[in-house]
Design a protein around this ligand. Structure first.
Ligand code: FAD
Length: 196
């Protein structure tokens, strides 16, 4: 065992206690704390599970892992649904003073038109110089299913061009991610179906 701990307590449910807790308690998720300082921690099952795994690996295998909270998605199961990952336009503006953002209405998405439910929109926030995807925010039916492609884009630093260069299934709600990326490069109002 790489480190010795008197006691290992997993789960953010106890975080308040560890801040003020008795000194004999050593906490395995200590190494996640710098991430907490930088980003707002979302209180989700998925975050707790990830923290637990990292805590154990850091405690018992000295893995030195951290948790990048920037690519943690969340959803609100309303009708239509809300789903989001990464920086919002306002957060990006606060840091860079400018924004490279595109918002597309779901009535641009062939699948939404086909099923006659065009409620909602999708906003993509990209780096104003590199085109790297910084955040995606969706209000639409199936938003919680659509968001995962955006999670990978944010996590692995993909650009809008990487998304454009990826073949998507037609007609799907997920095509909205590609069409939003295309909106950075062309006028999507003049685009016929499946145009690259
Ligand atoms: C109503 C509701 C719905 C939710 N729905 C979702 C959802 O759909 N999706 C999602 O991702 N997240 C959801 N969440 C959030 C999610 O449940 C929490 O973020 C997650 O459970 C946090 O896990 P945790 O291990 O950090 O803390 P907890 O799950 O709170 O675990 C802490 C544990 O520590 C125990 N404990 C507390 N004090 C002590 C003590 N002194 N000694 C020993 N044990 C102690 C508690 O009994 C508890 O079992 C929901 C939360 C609520 C309340």
């Amino acid at each position: 065992m790489a480190n010795h701990y008197d006691l290992v307590i997993l789960g953010g449910g106890l975080r308040r206690r560890y801040r003020s807790g008795p000194p004999q308690f050593a906490y395995a998720h200590y190494k996640c704390r710098s991430a907490y300082r930088r980003h707002l921690r979302q209180q989700l099952e998925t975050v707790a599970a990830r923290e637990g795994k990292i805590a154990v690996e850091n405690a018992f295998a000295d893995a030195g892992k951290n948790f990048d909270l920037r690519s943690v998605p969340y959803a609100v199961f309303t009708d239509p649904e809300v789903a989001s990952v990464g920086m919002t336009e306002a957060q990006y503006m606060d840091i860079h003073g400018t924004c490279s953002c595109r918002t597309i209405s779901m009535d641009r998405i062939p699948r939404a038109v086909a099923v006659k439910d065009t409620r909602g929109l999708l906003k993509m926030v990209a780096h104003h110089e590199t085109g790297q995807v910084m955040g995606v925010h969706i209000l639409a039916p199936n938003a919680s299913e659509m968001i995962h492609e955006a999670v990978l884009a944010v996590k692995f630093g993909l650009t809008v061009d990487d998304l454009i260069d990826t073949v998507h299934i037609f007609p799907t709600y997920s095509e909205a991610i590609k069409i939003a990326a295309q909106a950075f490069r062309r006028d999507i109002r003049r685009m016929s179906c499946c145009v690259e």
